[in-house]
Design a binder for this molecule. Structure first.
Ligand SMILES: [Zn+2]
Ligand SMILES: [Zn+2]
Length: 678
């Protein structure tokens, strides 16, 4: 029996009630619930009998005690309210099921097509009820993963990621997927499944839940990190349901099983999704680690079993598809770190790594204990993750080991390990500031060994090497990936991908999580393993793939794209005026001209002022006098008294000044005219 623990806030009951009272029809939440745990489904569900009940924080913990009803129902019954609604909902659910069965019968083709594959390639001939796989992010790019799977009135969402902006997006904090399709269909969304807690999978969860209210399913650490995101955005009504590998849930017409995989964060799962048109397996991010530091190995035996039961479609990540061989085990890093700790026994050690790699942190803590060092954490995300992971028991730090980074000075160098963020050379991170001498809590010197236990994410190389150069300048010793085995990837290389494909033996394949070249290489890998090219599709953001019982083809695309987050505001990437302005300003500078006109006479009342910023002024040139004359001319040409909003005068000044500057300098700065009337 599926026994999730549910952690929620005290006000979460309100949310449940809201769900019941929304416009989705009588007792819709309860109805869904009844379907969640239908007896057939529970029949093959695993029960480990433990009913995990660790709570991430001091919120209520609730264990479902009733195998039949939904958790919502149980709670409703406990409150003695909505009982009738529940019964009605069960009746509704039964009717619904009958209807669904009928619909499915009707949909069965009278005759099986002669050649399934040819049928599949025929575009335009649609199955009456296809399962739609809608790609909202994470294809054709690395980051902001989000995929929706839809059938009839049900949608499930896999991951809600974000990506960090590149240099083309000055001043932008984050980039998230355009979710307008989900907002339009929000009444259909039955749940959000998060495969693991990395930013590119969970970072956008708050933005999704602001507009689409649905329960979120994930493992312990994933939800703890999701919860941090929700708190930052002050979302108090989220409904988070914790699952364990092996658990099975039902969301609408979909049955979902969570399958344990290895990755560079604890609690990563793949998803085995039963749909009315066959089984879809989504790998999430994974690697095959047969000697993981903590937790279990990837569940290869279950994956093989799933393959034997039959997989219609595989969606598999492609991050490392260009790399031959296997990704090394996380344990290898521990061995290297151990050598480094013993070689540097008289020096202070600073390790920079990804905060989310809890197993890496555990290895560092274990070595600190072994070599009798204290651990000081530095960087906000490091403190957040360590806090979240320790509370749920994913990270164990013996008492007295952790000290405040400010107290590190009170110890000898040989007694300290500082664990820091900034392994990507991020400008504001602790390590970058240490390297630049701007971090007053830690001063880098000749007795420091800095271990950068991460590899550069493509695009970050320059920033990291700048940090390494600065650390060397301060006399420190730096150990980074190209020198030692101090980092392993969390993603499967070619041979591991081949193992997954071979165990699952899917009929159809769509590579995901990668730029186009990764997807293409992954398609070639599948073809190498014997899959017909006709059975592989390469998706782009916004594409909808329709999976019918006969085959798979592209359907109608949905609205999609990127949304830019700047502070609390959102902006569309495709037609962002703000971005155009920022780029324009950063490249050509700005002229601001202010003038004051008399409302009565229409005359200029004083000399206009001219200010410029970021503009390369030719030597000895003084354009101010010239520009003032232009403003006077414009005021003469315009009927200022009639131009009540100053639009005509402002446009005239802008155009004339732009022309003048371009003629003189061949530069094209932004020109602004501010006019006041008195
Ligand atoms: Zn990941
Ligand atoms: Zn990822």
């Amino acid at each position: 029996m599926f026994q999730p623990f549910v952690f929620m806030r005290a006000d979460e009951k309100e949310y449940i009630l809201e769900q019941r009272q929304d416009g989705r029809g009588k007792g819709s939440a309860a109805k869904k619930g009844a379907e969640h745990f239908s007896p057939q489904f529970l029949g093959n569900a695993k029960n480990d009998g433990r009913g995990a009940q660790t709570d991430v924080r001091d919120a209520q913990t609730e264990i479902r005690s009733d195998g039949r009803g939904s958790r919502q129902e149980t709670r409703a019954a406990q409150r003695g309210a909505h009982a009738a609604a529940g019964a009605q909902a069960r009746r509704n659910a039964q009717e619904e099921k009958k209807r669904a069965a009928k619909a499915e019968k009707a949909e069965l083709p009278k005759k099986e097509p002669q050649d399934k594959k040819r049928d599949f390639s025929k575009k335009g001939k649609k199955s009456r009820n296809p399962v739609k796989i809608i790609f909202l992010g994470g294809v054709g790019e690395i980051g902001k993963n989000m995929t929706a799977i839809e059938y009839g009135n049900d949608i499930i969402v896999i991951d809600a990621g974000l990506t960090f902006p590149d240099e083309e997006l000055p001043g932008i904090d984050l980039v998230i997927p355009d979710i307008s399709y989900l907002v339009q269909n929000k009444n259909k969304v039955r749940g959000v499944l998060i495969t693991h807690g990395h930013e590119d999978h969970v970072g956008g969860i708050a933005y999704l839940l602001k507009e689409v209210q649905a329960p979120v399913y994930g493992t312990k650490l994933t939800l703890a990190l999701a919860d941090n995101k929700l708190r930052e955005q002050r979302i108090n009504k989220a409904h988070l349901v914790c699952v364990k590998p092996g658990d099975k849930i039902k969301l609408g017409c979909f049955g979902i099983e969570f399958v344990n995989v290895n990755h560079s964060i604890a609690g990563a799962v793949a998803l085995c999704i039963d749909t009315p048109n066959g089984r879809i397996f989504h790998s999430g991010d994974f690697k095959i680690d047969l000697t993981p530091v903590a937790g279990r190995q990837i569940d290869l035996s279950r994956i093989a079993e799933i393959g034997r039961e039959g997989v219609k479609l595989l969606l598999c990540e492609s991050t490392n598809v260009e790399r031959p061989g296997y990704t090394m085990s996380e344990t290898v890093v521990g061995t290297t770190l151990d050598h480094l700790f013993s070689e540097n026994s008289n020096r202070r050690i600073i390790v920079a790594t990804f905060a989310s790699n809890v197993h890496r942190l555990q290895q560092i803590v274990d070595l600190a204990v072994k070599y009798r060092r204290k651990v000081a954490l530095s960087g906000r995300s490091m403190l957040n993750v360590v806090d979240a992971a320790s509370k749920i028991g994913e990270l164990s730090i013996p008492e007295g080991v952790l000290i405040d980074v400010e107290k590190a000075k009170n110890f000898f160098d040989r007694e300290i390990v500082i664990v820091s963020t900034g392994s990507q050379g991020e400008p504001m991170s602790a390590l970058t500031r240490m390297a630049a001498g701007e971090f007053n809590k830690v001063t880098i010197g000749e007795n420091d060994t800095i271990i950068i236990s991460a590899s550069p994410i493509p695009g970050n190389e320059k920033m990291i090497y700048r940090v390494i150069n600065n650390l060397y300048r301060k006399g420190a010793n730096v150990v980074y990936e190209s020198l030692e085995k101090i980092h392993v990837s969390g993603h499967a290389c070619q041979e591991e991908l081949k193992i997954l494909h071979s165990l699952l033996k899917p009929e159809f394949f769509i590579p995901v999580h990668g730029e186009y070249r990764h997807l293409k290489r992954h398609a070639l890998l599948a073809a190498e393993l014997g899959m017909s090219e006709n059975n592989i599709l390469l998706p782009d953001i916004g594409n909808c793939v329709e999976l019918s019982k006969q085959g798979m083809q592209f359907g109608e695309s949905v609205s999609s794209g990127s949304r830019l987050v700047d502070g609390a505001n959102l902006e569309d990437r495709e037609n962002s005026v703000v971005m155009k302005d920022r780029k324009h300003l950063s490249e050509d500078g700005i002229f601001v001209i202010t003038a004051c006109v008399s409302e009565r006479s229409g005359d200029l009342l004083s000399d206009p002022t001219v200010v410029n910023r970021g503009f390369v002024m030719p030597e000895n040139a003084d354009y101010v006098g010239e520009i003032r004359r232009i403003v006077v001319n414009c005021a003469d040409q315009t009927d200022v008294r009639a131009d009540v909003n100053n639009t005509e005068l402002a446009a005239c000044i802008k155009k004339s000044v732009k022309n003048f500057i371009y003629k003189k300098t061949k530069q094209n700065p932004v020109v602004m005219a501010l006019i006041t009337r008195v």
